[in-house]
Design a protein around this ligand. Structure first.
Ligand SMILES: NC(=O)c1ccc[n+]([C@@H]2O[C@H](COP(=O)([O-])OP(=O)(O)OC[C@H]3O[C@@H](n4cnc5c(N)ncnc54)[C@H](O)[C@@H]3O)[C@@H](O)[C@H]2O)c1
Length: 466
């Protein structure tokens, strides 16, 4: 869907007018194109004194061939060298015109509120030169594991820092995240750092990602086609976000099975046929749907993406029970039944991935959407409730929570509502279906064994909700 406002304010005449009257000018976000390097430019790596993650971060950067500089602290330089990273030395006093595309800071050493100033010291000299669609990633320790109340306090403070910085730099298309790395999960950084550093995470900002010890060993994989040899089921795949998820998982090597209601069979066949995949025409709320799906994947299934979903908006005072139940059946109850059938049948095993689609409404709430928001908050509850059980099988379950995504659904909104939805986020624009799909592909990656029970918003850091 086209964003005419963004086109207008970025045209030669429009840009002059917009800057004169102070209108927001959303920048064009970098997005992944096959064959592009992971990061289109150099990354600066820094660390607070006493951190434990610099070596693990350096290893990911070295393996991914990312051009990297580090600040000059000796333990950081030594950790980088030991990890095989050939990093240049960055000295802010004598720095040339180098402008970074990514800033990565290991804050795990911050153990007291007085140490938080290390954030200011690292970021202050380099933020102004951070390039358009740049990336800022701060890594820390989950506060509950920080070891002392002082350390837990300081680690929790990182969240306010990253969320505020995201709001300061979003106008340049820059995204900012906090990654909590649990003790013993230092070897689990690759999939998450690669995703967050790359243009694949274009519309993800202001998030806190939790990385735990892996639920299964990470297999050897081709980062260009991490899903090669895997079978992925995508529900609601005939159009919109679901079609984009199917295409993105197929690009990553998966054999895709697209599912949609029988009425959408033709459209589904066209979309999935182009990807060389297979189709299932089925209403997920049908009584026999869980059994039929379990039978279709009797040999096991690697990736399940529960994307099918609907809205049936109306204020609660005007909401008939039928309208409530129809939506709840599609968005939540049928998803629970399908998961039960797959789990009871032992069809999701080691390396399995369940990915659900929640919504920002399920986090922030929305007038006219008590039914929708309840279903999408329920999806979050389900992810949290099942994460432990999935882990015992060597599998994971996570959810994306999209904000304003440019689809037929949002194009049909009244213009004022649409404009507010589009602009009220740090990037001042709507996301694209592919932004949701890329986030799902990260969860689905065989390398994401330490990413379990997460809910990540794909909302450009919407100003609504926490
Ligand atoms: N578009 C957005 O901005 C946005 C924002 C937040 C969350 N979401 C969520 O993303 C998901 C996809 O949304 P979309 O915008 O692409 O919607 P869409 O309406 O374009 O696509 C939904 C698909 O689900 C299918 N579907 C509906 N009921 C079904 C059933 N009973 N059985 C099988 N398939 C069924 C539809 O036929 C359709 O193909 C939904 O879960 C939605 O709630 C979307």
């Amino acid at each position: 869907m086209s964003d005419l406002y963004a086109q207008l304010v970025n045209s030669p005449v429009g840009s002059v007018v917009a800057s004169k009257v102070g209108l927001p000018r959303p920048v064009r976000l970098d997005r992944h194109r096959p064959g592009d390097p992971l990061v289109d430019g150099a990354v600066l790596l820094g660390a607070a004194t006493g951190g434990r993650l610099a070596g693990a971060i350096a290893k990911v950067l070295a393996d991914a061939d990312v051009k990297t500089s580090t600040t000059r602290e000796r333990p950081l330089r030594e950790a980088a060298t030991a990890a095989g990273l050939d990093a240049a030395l960055y000295n802010p006093e004598s720095a040339g015109p180098e402008r970074f595309k990514g800033l990565v800071f290991d804050a795990s050493g911050i153990a007291d509120s007085t140490d938080l100033v290390e954030l200011q010291r690292f970021f202050y000299p380099v933020l102004g030169g951070l390039r358009r669609s740049g990336r800022v990633i701060v890594l820390g320790t989950p506060p509950a594991q920080a070891g002392s109340s002082r350390a837990a306090t300081a680690q929790r403070a990182l969240e306010g820092f990253t969320r505020s910085l995201g709001k300061e730099v979003g106008a340049r298309g820059v995204t900012v995240q906090l990654v909590h790395v649990a003790a013993g999960a230092e070897d689990q950084l690759a999939a998450t750092l690669r995703f967050l550093l790359s243009p694949r995470s274009a519309y993800v900002s202001g998030q806190v990602v939790e990385i735990g010890a892996g639920v299964a060993p990470i297999p050897q994989l081709d980062w260009q086609r991490p899903l090669a040899g895997r079978v992925a089921l995508v529900t609601g795949a005939s159009r919109g976000i679901g079609a984009s998820i199917a295409a993105t998982l197929a690009r990553d090597g998966a054999s895709v099975v697209g599912l949609d209601v029988p009425q959408a069979e033709q459209e589904l066949a066209k979309v999935i046929g182009e990807l060389g995949g297979e189709t299932v025409a089925l209403d997920i709320t049908a009584a026999e749907a869980p059994r039929q799906i379990a039978e279709r994947f009797a040999g096991g299934i690697d990736v399940v993406v529960h994307n099918a979903g609907v809205t049936r908006d109306r204020t609660l005072a005007k909401m008939p029970a039928k309208r409530w139940s129809e939506l709840m059946e599609i968005n939540l109850s049928s998803v629970e039944r399908i998961n039960d059938a797959l789990l009871d049948g032992g069809l999701i095993g080691a390396g399995g991935r369940v990915v659900c689609v929640s919504s920002m409404s399920g986090i922030a709430g929305n007038a006219g959407q008590t039914n929708y928001a309840a279903s999408k908050a329920g999806v979050i509850g389900m992810v949290r409730a099942l994460a432990g059980e999935l882990a015992t099988r060597g599998a994971t379950i996570n959810a994306v929570a999209p904000g304003f995504i440019e689809t037929k659904m949002t194009a049909a909104m009244p213009i004022a509502t649409r404009e507010v939805g589009r602009r009220l986020n740090s990037l001042s624009q709507g996301g694209l279906p592919v932004d949701v799909a890329e986030t799902i592909a990260w969860f689905a990656s065989p390398a994401s064994t330490g990413v379990n029970g997460n809910v990540v918003r794909v909302c450009g850091q919407s100003l609504l909700g926490a």
